[in-house]
Design a binder for this molecule. Structure first.
Ligand code: HEC
Length: 129
């Protein structure tokens, strides 16, 4: 009987230690360091020639150029891009908005920063700059 009591006490002590360990672990989880900020996306000085065109060239020309104008969409000329910008299709397809076929078709969504740059260019009136 004494041995059983001892075992029981030992078990209690062990559980107590385990609970204490958990408690102190939790306090270590509180990170005093501020989380690093996600990389800034610079949407100032966005131009058609230097910003928008290269993004479209890398992701869209394979299906939407003057020679391969899938769905009548031409993205390797300013006039072609301006048309899709002004009718809302350009931003709709790259943001995967409801009601638009998501682009690039069959590929990953563009990086958020590229999307923001194109959006800011469209918002500025899609200038030929
Ligand atoms: C692999 C081929 C392919 C790629 C790459 C691709 N598209 Fe498309 N795109 C299509 C097809 C196919 C359609 C017609 C889809 C439909 O109507 O369901 C289309 C349609 C469109 C439309 C017309 C949407 C409408 O409602 O009329 C726009 C705008 C467009 N794409 C823009 C883009 C942009 C911008 C990119 C690059 C970010 C891109 N596409 C990349 C194949 C592609």
């Amino acid at each position: 009987m004494a041995r059983l009591t001892y075992t029981f006490l030992a078990l209690l002590a062990f559980l107590g230690a385990a609970v204490t360990a958990c408690t102190s672990d939790n306090s270590e989880d509180i990170d005093p360091q501020p989380k690093p900020q996600p990389e800034q996306c610079d949407t100032t000085n966005v131009t058609f020639a230097k910003t928008v065109s290269p993004i479209l060239a890398a992701n869209c020309y394979s299906c939407h150029s003057s020679s391969v104008a899938t769905n009548g969409v031409v993205l390797d000329t300013y006039a072609g891009v301006q048309k899709q910008a002004n009718n809302g299709n350009l931003v709709g397809v790259i943001t995967h908005a409801p009601g638009y076929p998501p682009m690039p078709q069959g590929g990953a969504k563009l990086p958020a920063c590229d999307i923001n740059k194109i959006k800011s260019w469209v918002k500025a009136g899609a200038p030929n700059n």
